[in-house]
Design a protein around this ligand. Sequence first.
Ligand SMILES: Cc1cc2nc3c(=O)[nH]c(=O)nc-3n(C[C@H](O)[C@H](O)[C@H](O)COP(=O)(O)O)c2cc1C
Length: 206
Amino acid sequence: MTNPVLETISKRQSIRSYRPDPIPRDLIQAIIEAGNQAPARGRMKEGSSNLDFQPWRFVVVEDADLKRKLVETTLPFWKNMTASMKDSHPDMYAGIMAQFEAMPEPKDMVYYAAPAIVFVIGPKGFDISCSLACENMMIAATSLGLGSCYVGFGAMVTGNTCVVEALELQEDEKIFGPILLGYPCGEQGTLDSIRTEKAPPSIKWM
Ligand SMILES: Cc1cc2nc3c(=O)[nH]c(=O)nc-3n(C[C@H](O)[C@H](O)[C@H](O)COP(=O)(O)O)c2cc1C
């Protein structure tokens, strides 16, 4: 069985090489609005008697200087993780390092030089709700011809005061994603080429 929504869901895949072309703002807006439609756990908000079902907020980073700071902050985490693969997965390590060496400065192996990085920010304890918003955004991006990727490494920015201030990240908040957005580049990077087909789901019918 198929329909446009099911087709879009199965077409979505993590994209790790992007064209530098900027994304029209109305597309990013539409993607964020799709995130905003996600189901969420209700929370009481100070000064309101109604439950709030939109715990998230979104920060879109397109600025080159801020992106450079993001890369400088997160790349050491990436390097540590990659080094740990050297003995356990030597072939994969060699492929990733070849991609790293070939990359122009700044060597952005975390955000893959995506033209837009969308930080989904929500209160601690709202992980499921905010993650659902992220998935809606990635499906919406696919439907609009854009590539996307959820990059957990990209959230490791809390050690950089300057970035924390730019994101206006509060003590009780957490980053989800960020979600990379951009037009997929024709050429696949090493990381794209290691993608495997999804195995059929494990289902128990009762
Ligand atoms: C919580 C989470 C964290 C992830 N972090 C990263 C990351 O830091 N870098 C990356 O390239 N991909 C990251 N991914 C993407 C996964 O690698 C990807 O979803 C997985 O390989 C399945 O491939 P697909 O998205 O193409 O179906 C992350 C995905 C999730 C859900």
